[in-house]
Write a protein that binds this ligand. Structure first.
Ligand code: FMN
Ligand code: SF4
Length: 438
């Protein structure tokens, strides 16, 4: 394992992660000692519109994958409309490789609870929900405990800290479906229906939960808010780039010596992150990686110095997504990795639209044929043609995301496909797996 140089260590900007290593960081006593709920006291003295403006000025962009400007989203909520408003926190974190929201809720749940109260006050919501992945029992337990502690201290409930503002916060566990991370499917699931995406428009800002104005934000987005309220927009913008401001939790997994979460300013490079993570595992050389989960097109060793911010990753042909960097080496097969991801998308497709439901089903079968040594050259055209019929033609982003690793692996690693087809690489799947279950 290599030791990071001092200048690379200086790239770490612990803001959202700053309390994670404190003893009992998840308890309200620890949280209050370390600035906890100070931002709420400050926020409750401000006008809600000024808070929305502050978040706009900070340039905060959603941490759930799409990078939508948060202040702008809050500003879409109609005011004085007489309808109830809702804040819904997306804590589903289902994107393969992504691991930032669950550790945040496990280690520092009060930062999310405090962010929820401030954001609800800003958009004038008196009821908020945190929709958490069903399997994340440990994080949900910590979160529910934090909510109980916050009620007991008067940070939640009626007349919060004597401000006249009321807020009820509910932690809701989903049943563990990737599609329920898509914001409109999440709202359907929260209402008790089967989780499937809704047609837009109308958008959640006017017709969200129970057909009322709703903001849906990621855990990291909402947990950033108390820091912005305390530190100010100008301080927040000292981190990151002009258009991608602030710190971001990057999660590194795969063939790295020391996988885990590294919080750095947006715009750090993979070369720097790898150094922070102690380098590649011994005997492994970087071959391909995802910048933001399996829905984002693969990058290669050529892209080690691409700044990992929204604009630069897009210019390099991929998507920053959830900053889940999954690292693969020269001992990993891009064809097999793509097949495993496709199995996931095929399994998680909600079935509402034909391109995703049928396209992923058939692509899995084509991959099985190639990986069992029975593929043809025509299969590669079939894969690209199928992607062409899924991308931009699916009802939601799940279908689009499924095509990312297929098209990018064919772009960078076509030879690996040809080696299976032309018999130079031994089959990875048996004839039995060719037919497969489901
Ligand atoms: C298939 C699919 C799964 C998604 N899963 C998540 C998720 O687990 N967590 C999340 O915050 N956003 C997820 N998103 C993005 C949400 O739809 C939405 O953009 C996000 O919650 C908005 O929050 P933000 O503006 O704070 O980023 C997913 C989108 C799609 C298409
Ligand atoms: S793209 Fe897939 S997940 Fe999304 S609506 Fe269509 S079938 Fe469902």
């Amino acid at each position: 394992m290599t030791t990071p140089r001092l200048e690379t260590l200086a790239k770490l900007t612990p803001v959202l992660t700053k309390r994670w290593l404190s003893p009992d960081a998840w308890r309200i006593g620890t949280y209050e000692k370390l600035d906890g709920y100070a931002a709420l006291r400050k926020a409750l003295k401000a006008h809600p519109d000024d808070l929305i403006q502050l978040v706009k000025d900070s340039g905060l962009r959603g941490r759930g994958g799409a990078g939508f400007p948060t202040g702008l989203k809050w500003g879409f909520i109609p005011q004085g409309d007489g309808k109830p408003h809702y804040l819904v926190v997306n804590a589903d974190e289902g994107e393969p490789g992504t691991c930032k929201d669950l550790p945040l809720m496990t280690h520092d749940p009060h930062s999310l609870v405090e962010g929820v109260i401030i954001a609800s006050y800003a958009i004038r919501a008196n009821r908020a929900y945190i929709y958490i992945r069903g399997e994340a029992v440990h994080a949900a337990r910590r979160l529910r405990n934090a909510v109980r502690e916050a009620y007991a201290k008067g940070y939640l409930g009626r007349n919060i800290l004597g401000s006249g503002f009321d807020l009820e916060l509910v932690v809701h566990s989903g049943a563990g479906a990737y599609i329920c991370g898509e914001e409109t499917a999440l709202l359907d699931s929260l209402e008790g229906f089967r989780g499937q995406p809704r047609l837009r428009p109308p958008f959640p800002a006017t017709h969200g939960l129970y057909a009322s104005p709703t903001v849906v934000n990621n855990v990291g987005t909402i947990a950033s808010v108390p820091y912005i309220v305390l530190g100010g927009a100008a301080w927040w913008k000292t981190m990151g780039t002009e258009k991608s401001s602030g710190p971001m939790i990057y999660s590194l997994s795969g063939r790295v010596a020391n996988p885990g979460q590294f919080e750095c300013s947006l715009g750090v490079t993979l070369r720097e992150l790898l150094e922070l993570a102690g380098g590649m595992q011994p005997g492994h050389n970087l071959r391909f990686w995802t910048p933001g989960g399996s829905s984002t097109p693969l990058l290669t060793a050529e892209h080690l110095d691409v700044p990992l911010d929204f604009e630069s990753v897009a210019a390099a042909g991929s998507i920053l997504g959830t900053t889940a960097t999954q690292i693969f080496s020269d001992q990993d097969c891009p064809v097999y990795a793509t097949y495993r991801w496709l199995e996931f998308y095929h399994h998680e497709s909600c079935g509402k639209c034909t391109p995703c439901r049928e396209g992923n089903y058939w692509m899995v079968r084509v991959y099985r044929r190639i990986l069992s040594g029975q593929g043809t050259h025509e299969d590669l055209d079939t894969l690209l043609d199928t992607c062409d019929n899924i991308l931009g033609r699916s009802f939601c982003g799940l279908g689009d995301g499924a095509t990312s690793s297929v098209t990018s692996s064919l772009q960078y690693f076509k030879q690996d496909y040809l080696d299976y087809i032309e018999g130079r690489t031994a089959p990875k799947l048996s004839d039995k797996q060719l037919v497969g279950a489901h």
